[in-house]
Design a protein around this ligand. Structure first.
Ligand SMILES: Nc1nc2c(c(=O)[nH]1)N[C@H]1C(S)=C(S)[C@@H](COP(=O)(O)OP(=O)(O)OC[C@H]3O[C@@H](n4cnc5c(=O)[nH]c(N)nc54)[C@H](O)[C@@H]3O)O[C@H]1N2
Ligand SMILES: Nc1nc2c(c(=O)[nH]1)N[C@H]1C(S)=C(S)[C@@H](COP(=O)(O)OP(=O)(O)OC[C@H]3O[C@@H](n4cnc5c(=O)[nH]c(N)nc54)[C@H](O)[C@@H]3O)O[C@H]1N2
Ligand code: SF4
Ligand SMILES: [Mo]
Length: 743
């Protein structure tokens, strides 16, 4: 059988935001090899170990291939029809008795990497009609969406560094060498950064840890966790003080410069230096270099978002790019132009409806809705607290909040109190084990692929499509079909449903809303298609290039749509057609800063970290990634360790300095293994999230062998950025104490 034909498939990796193009060799239905695809227009051959691990994921015996139904506390394999019947039997009476808001929905990170999930999840939400909508966005980038909405008029109008032409790049609170980038699709960041350096440019990193990215940089400065707001205000102050403010290409379109000048005037570098632990001269110099380098950009990411000042930080970063004349400029920070699905390419150019925040509020904490969602840190209380619209049923979609969301133990307990829980997940894990029914998706290699959000944030414009590598297992629906079936159940349908007919109905309804010339073009572009492919063909035809699906499909390495180009004012969708530099809500939030500036910062602070062989909470079950040293360790600076009498490899007790009480109580502490690291800032320790695979009920045999500890069992769900609802996950005050037991 050794002469059996080998096939080569090209497909996009669905595991992280780098969206690398892969070359997958297959023989007799098995993966032989996975490499980076050299001819891919975006990633040009780059790959990381997780891409290679798609083989393990496809073959993982623990990956679910059948629906599971829990009866008397035990999961049993079921047919798809049995599973849908059970959901119908349990969900519909709850909706009828308690109303639509009694069903909550939580979506996780992989949702944004799946075409079918991205396009059909909104259909399920609409069918449910619930306001109890949560996602990982409020553990992550919600501040970015808020600022994009307020300044440029759409949540997804995200400026990214034009790294191909930039000569000075300041990275703040991000570690793209390990994370492969976020809210910025830039496969092979290391290669791009080295090219920048090779042309005489400079990479600078500001981070409480000397990260893998910092080790590559020309300059690294420690910052006291949570100190970014002070540093950024100091830099803006310094731009004004040194008379360096220039608006460049954005000048004709901006308002509010005087309001910004006034707002930052109290924060001289001398004033803020102690609070961020960056010397005043450095703050001044950074501002000067930013303004005086013709092609320069600042990029901030999750370390700047998961703080109580997350939205302010994101705003101040954009202001620095704008006020140094680098916004929308080649080599500065630019707006990608995606071939499909980008709201900032649709409708009248240059003006739009803008965004509205707080259209409703959460029932218990009164947290404002943002982008249609409530903060995920409000989920537990919405389940626990009696009253009208109490959450009684929950649907989770590709998410593991017991490990990924603060106060995971409280969530796990709340899940046990639900009247019904459904998980759409490919594993029986720490979250889905609480469900009554689990519906698995296909293996990623059995799924077609086109990225919806990431081309909107890519370093270069492109359009890439991948066909499935393998056929789906018999009986396994595509996930969009599962979502449509659930939408029908949410609307009261009984018994088996024809998902193709449902899809047809929804599509035709949408088509009728288009004006005749457009509807004809769309009908033509989508003829003979269905499901996500049809919606993709529609989006490509309505997009700014415009393209046919066939054109994209016929380019195995993707279509190169060129470098980023200036887009102001066409990209704007604000009501005024202008950029308000100083939105009232942001100016008001700035009122919290003076008090924070006075706070002392003596405590030991906890931050997280990412490591290239890990992916949040869910790839620890794959043998090729799980090998090597234990990654769930607490990094401690050797001098801090010596003060605390901690040895390398010893066990220590990590607890919150001010633990929450009563219902909000988190784990009293975590038993963590200490790893000495001179790369930590003094007074700061680091523990990664997504571990703790020793909880009863999960079925991930490899992960359970080295479970690690769940950082989010310790984290409080009470700390949020008030504007975005984003959780505070970094810069938390902790106690650390040596334990005497042997390792
Ligand atoms: N303390 C702390 N906590 C954090 C963070 C932090 O920095 N610090 N980071 C936060 C961030 S940025 C994020 S995005 C969140 C991520 O948190 P989540 O959104 O919960 O995502 P994951 O932990 O990656 O879990 C993904 C789940 O999707 C399942 N899955 C994978 N592929 C598929 C598929 O194709 N279909 C279906 N149906 N399911 C699938 C996996 O089995 C897993 O259960 O974690 C957050 N939590
Ligand atoms: N290998 C791997 N890759 C991933 C993931 C993963 O889990 N593993 N997760 C994916 C997801 S969901 C996301 S959202 C992205 C995130 O991508 P990144 O934003 O690059 O995430 P991190 O690597 O956590 O980098 C955040 C950095 O912020 C620093 N930091 C912490 N607190 C502060 C602070 O107060 N101020 C400043 N200036 N810095 C601070 C941390 O030390 C850390 O180096 O990564 C994605 N890629
Ligand atoms: S960096 Fe790794 S995980 Fe991310 S898309 Fe590329 S191969 Fe996949
Ligand atoms: Mo994330």
């Amino acid at each position: 059988m050794s002469d059996s034909p080998q096939q080569t498939h090209y497909r996009i990796c669905p595991l992280c935001e780098a969206c690398c193009g892969l070359e997958i060799k297959v023989s007799e239905g098995r993966v032989i090899s996975i490499r980076g695809h050299e001819a891919d227009v975006l990633s040009r051959g780059y790959i990381c170990p997780k891409g290679v691990a798609l083989k393990d994921l496809h073959e993982d015996p623990d990956r679910l291939r059948q629906p599971l139904i829990k009866r008397d506390g035990v999961f049993h394999e079921a047919t798809w029809e049995e599973a849908f019947a059970e959901i119908e039997r349990r969900l519909q009476p709850l909706q009828a008795a308690h109303g639509r808001h009694s069903v909550a929905m939580v979506a996780g990170n992989p949702t944004s990497h799946k075409l079918g999930l991205m396009l059909y999840y909104p259909r399920l939400l609409k069918a449910l009609g619930t306001r109890q909508i949560f996602s990982a966005a409020t553990l992550d980038q919600m501040p970015r969406h808020v600022v994009s909405g307020l300044l440029y008029g759409h949540w997804m109008t995200v400026p990214v560094p034009d790294i191909a032409h930039c000569d000075w790049l300041l990275v703040l609170g991000a570690n793209p060498v390990a994370s492969n980038g976020s809210m910025w699709t830039v496969p092979d960041f290391r290669g791009q950064a080295k090219a920048l350096q090779a042309r005489g440019g400079k990479l600078l990193v500001i981070d409480p840890r000397q990260t893998e990215t910092a080790q590559l940089a020309d300059e690294h400065h420690f910052i006291r966790p949570g100190g970014d707001v002070f540093l950024l205000l100091g830099m803006l102050h310094s731009l004004f003080a040194q008379n360096l403010v220039k608006l460049g290409a954005a000048a004709p379109w901006v308002d509010g410069l005087e309001a910004v000048r006034e707002a930052v005037s109290p924060y001289s570098p001398e004033q803020v230096s102690a609070r961020c632990a960056v010397p005043a001269e450095t703050i001044e110099r950074l501002a000067r270099e930013l303004a005086q380098t013709p092609r320069a950009a600042i990029y901030g990411r999750i370390g700047t978002c998961t703080q109580s000042f997350g939205t302010l930080n994101t705003w101040l970063i954009d202001l620095l790019n704008l006020l140094s004349g680098h916004m929308d400029q080649v080599g500065g920070t630019m707006f990608p132009k995606a071939a499909a699905f980008a709201a900032n390419t649709l409708g009248p150019a240059g003006q739009g409806r803008g965004v509205v925040l707080g259209r409703h509020h959460s029932r218990v904490s009164q947290a404002p809705e943002v982008m249609g969602e409530l903060p995920i840190t409000c989920l537990a209380e919405e389940i626990e607290t009696p009253g009208a619209d109490q959450v009684r049923a929950l649907i989770t979609l590709a998410t593991n909040p017991v490990l990924s969301s603060p106060n995971g133990a409280r969530l796990a307990k709340a899940f046990e109190g639900l009247e019904f829980m459904l998980s759409l997940d490919i594993y029986l894990n720490e979250t889905s084990c609480h469900a009554d029914v689990i519906l698995p998706g296909p293996s990623p290699l059995e799924d077609l692929h086109y990225d919806v959000p990431y081309p909107q944030m890519s370093w270069r414009n492109h359009a890439r499509y991948s066909a499935p590598v393998f056929e789906r297992a018999p009986g396994q629906p595509e996930e969009w079909q599962t979502l449509l079936r659930l939408a029908a159940i949410a609307q009261g349908a009984q018994g088996p449903q024809d998902t193709q007919a449902l899809d047809e109905q929804l599509f035709q309804t949408d088509l009728r809303r288009l004006p005749p010339p457009q509807s004809e073009a769309v009908a033509q572009a989508t003829a003979g298609l269905q499901g996500p492919q049809r919606l993709l063909a529609q989006a490509l035809c309505q997009g700014p290039y415009p393209l046919s699906l066939a054109e994209v499909q016929q380019a195995p390495g993707g279509l190169d749509l060129g470098p980023l180009t200036p887009r102001l004012p066409e990209v704007l969708r604000t009501t005024t057609g202008r950029i308000d530099l100083a939105p009232a809500g942001l100016l008001a939030d700035l009122q919290r800063v003076p008090a924070a500036l006075q706070e002392s910062s003596e405590a030991l602070l906890l931050i997280g970290r990412r490591e290239v062989r890990s992916n949040n909470s869910w790839m620890h079950n794959l043998p090729t990634l799980a090998k090597g040293p234990m990654r769930c360790t607490l990094l401690v600076h050797p001098e801090d360790a010596s003060t605390l009498q901690l040895q390398h490899g010893a066990w220590a007790w990590l607890a919150l300095k001010t633990p929450p009480t009563d219902a909000q109580a988190t784990a009293p502490g975590l038993r963590v293994q200490v790893e000495l690291s001179p790369r930590m800032m003094r007074g700061v320790v680091s523990l990664p999230h997504g571990w703790g695979h020793d909880l009863a009920g999960a079925r991930q045999q490899v992960a359970a062998q080295r479970p690690g500890v769940n950082l989010n069992a310790l984290m409080s769900d009470q700390a949020r950025d008030p504007l975005s609802g984003n959780a505070v996950l970094s810069g938390v005050s902790v106690h650390l104490q040596a334990l005497t037991e042997p390792a």
